[in-house]
Design a protein around this ligand. Structure first.
Ligand SMILES: *[C@@H]1O[C@H](CO)[C@@H](O)[C@H](O)[C@H]1NC(C)=O
Ligand SMILES: *[C@@H]1O[C@H](CO)[C@@H](O)[C@H](O)[C@H]1NC(C)=O
Length: 240
């Protein structure tokens, strides 16, 4: 179906004079973008936000952002792509939901290039230390956490989760990210995902594909000026 549409678009592009004014062509370009987005979303399970005005940094203020350094592709276990399933999956990795009333810091936005523009994080998870204190303890002690957004706008409805993972200092440092905290936070999650885990009798294990062409390496535009290596992990989570 997509192939047919693409073929039709290519023929239509060829029918326009090459030097002609390009209002018609830019309409076509938009259509090609839409078709590509839909095709990528279906085949890869995620769509590169940059192709439609998004980016792999979230938005903290006007200028800075934190890296979206993990994608859970839409080809993953369909349950993990639901809100409930994702919460349970996060618990299997060693996170818990944020301790109520102890939310430090602001909500972040992200633009996933799915036609929704900038949207607010849906989910913040923090490392779970031990049963009594749970995430409240982590809020005081610092540790691993992540924010997540869902790529489900009409332009690229892949269902993928886009995640910004990092490691924070404890609350005496007002939850600043530790040195190298973006890479550390990402690797902590990815190591656990590929090792596999379970929650409430459900078992999961992920495959990873590393990409270094999505996010610029370094600290330009990065919140707190902390260097990161520019690698993004694309996870496909399988239910065992
Ligand atoms: C996108 O996903 C979120 C989280 O599951 C949901 O709250 C929202 O309604 C979805 N948007 C659409 C357009 O389906
Ligand atoms: C918080 O971190 C600072 C510096 O890293 C350390 O001196 C302090 O003891 C820590 N506090 C707690 C409660 O862990």
């Amino acid at each position: 179906m997509s192939v047919l549409i693409l073929g039709w678009l290519l023929c239509s592009v060829a029918a326009f004079p090459l030097d002609g004014p390009s209002a018609a062509q830019s309409v076509l370009t938009n259509d090609v973008t839409r078709v590509e987005a839909a095709t990528n979303a279906a085949l890869l399970g995620w769509h590169d936000p940059r192709l439609n005005g998004g980016r792999f940094l979230d938005f903290v203020g006007k200028k800075y952002g934190e890296p979206l350094n993990i994608v859970i592709s839409g080809l993953s276990d369909p349950y993990v792509l639901t809100d409930d399933g994702f919460h349970n999956y996060a618990k299997s990795l060693g996170y818990s939901e944020e301790c109520l009333g102890l939310h430090y810091g602001n909500l972040h936005d992200a633009d996933l290039g799915d036609g929704d523009g900038r949207k607010t994080e849906l989910f913040l998870a923090r490392q779970y230390y031990f049963p009594v204190w749970g995430t409240c303890w982590e809020s005081l002690a610092g540790g691993h956490h992540f924010r997540a957004w869902k790529q489900n706008g009409t332009l690229a409805n892949s269902g993928a989760w886009f995640i910004g993972a990092s490691k924070e200092e404890n609350s005496s440092r007002r939850h600043k990210i530790v040195p190298n905290g973006y890479n550390l936070g990402r690797d902590w999650l990815v190591d656990r995902a590929i090792e596999g885990g379970r929650w409430k009798g459900m078992w999961w294990k992920a495959d990873v594909e590393w990409r270094d062409d999505l996010l610029e390496k370094g600290k330009r535009g990065v919140n707190h000026g902390i260097e990161q290596d520019g690698r993004v992990a694309i996870l496909t989570v399988h239910r065992l």
